[in-house]
Design a binder for this molecule. Structure first.
Ligand SMILES: [Fe+2]
Ligand SMILES: [Fe+2]
Length: 283
């Protein structure tokens, strides 16, 4: 399995994801190998959606056609959000209850568990690079919608946040999705090697992505969307200690928290927040 050499695995995280050392001890060799594959896949997803130039060997890069052929080897679609799918074990776990009037902090705390680490790192990098607060905010929020939906996540994310953040912030969230496929050496962004693995080495972005890139490139806020992709590159480290603390005041200044709670404010996107607050609702 050449993948083992190309993706960094935290041994303790991996064992914990399988239910601890005792559970691992009871597994057959084959089951353990399967579990490792699942864990690697999760890491690759995180890297693909997040960041990471990765250190993958070019020999492992599939073609786009080979990526396509793998669709039917999974029991789920690649676009499904992390809140709705558990690739590590058979069953999902009960989620912590949300308060009656949930805030953005509650969502970070109780629903954005799979994406927040990457987003905190990305925002910390943007802050370190001295960009304006509205753009740090975009980095902080740029991938959390992947808890619900991975496909076209820039658009889903921008829409979900639009009523609550400055316009430049939702612009940056929307267009980071397209810009991450295009190198901008001057800005410090190179096409991540890992995308060759996730999308295929000969992958060509869809026409709407190419059109979005052309539009964003000419826009006065290009730098904001580009910053999300640049900070993204530095934001995949499984061992990093990260928290929301450095961003609480910034959220207070720029995130318009509805008094009724996210999901209860009758906004055009309230249903998205309710869906994430209660992903076990059957209809
Ligand atoms: Fe990201
Ligand atoms: Fe992203």
């Amino acid at each position: 399995m050449s993948k083992i050499n190309t993706v960094k695995i935290d041994r303790r995280d991996f064992i914990a994801s399988l239910g601890g050392a005792a559970a691992v001890g009871l597994m057959s060799h084959e089951t353990r190998a399967d579990a490792l594959e699942h864990h690697l896949e999760e890491l690759l997803y995180a890297q693909a959606e997040g960041s990471a130039s990765g250190s993958s060997g070019a020999a492992d890069f599939p073609t786009a056609a080979e990526v396509h052929e793998r669709i039917t080897t999974r029991h789920y679609r690649r676009g499904v959000g992390g809140l709705f799918l558990n690739t590590n074990t058979e069953n999902v776990e009960l989620l912590p209850a949300m308060p009656a009037n949930p805030t953005i902090m509650d969502f970070f705390d109780k629903r954005f568990m799979r994406t927040r680490g990457h987003c905190f790192q990305s925002a910390a990098k943007a802050m370190e690079r001295g960009v304006q607060e509205e753009v740090v905010l975009a980095c902080l929020l740029h991938d959390v919608v992947q808890e619900m939906m991975r496909s076209d996540h820039g658009y889903w994310g921008a829409q979900m946040f639009e009523p609550y953040v400055p316009e430049i912030t939702s612009f940056a969230i929307r267009y980071h999705q397209a810009l991450r496929f295009y190198t901008d050496t001057e800005a410090g962004y190179e096409y991540p090697d890992l995308y060759h693995r996730i999308f295929g080495k000969d992958y060509v972005p869809a026409p709407h992505i190419q059109a979005a890139k052309d539009y964003a490139e000419k826009h006065r806020w290009y730098f904001a969307a580009r910053e999300v992709t640049v900070s993204d590159l530095y934001a995949f480290n499984l061992d990093a200690v990260v928290s929301i603390d450095p961003f609480v005041e910034l959220l207070g200044r720029h995130f318009k928290q509805p008094a009724e709670g996210l999901g209860n404010d009758n906004s055009p996107v309230a249903h998205m927040w309710r869906t994430m607050a209660n992903p076990d609702a059957p209809l």
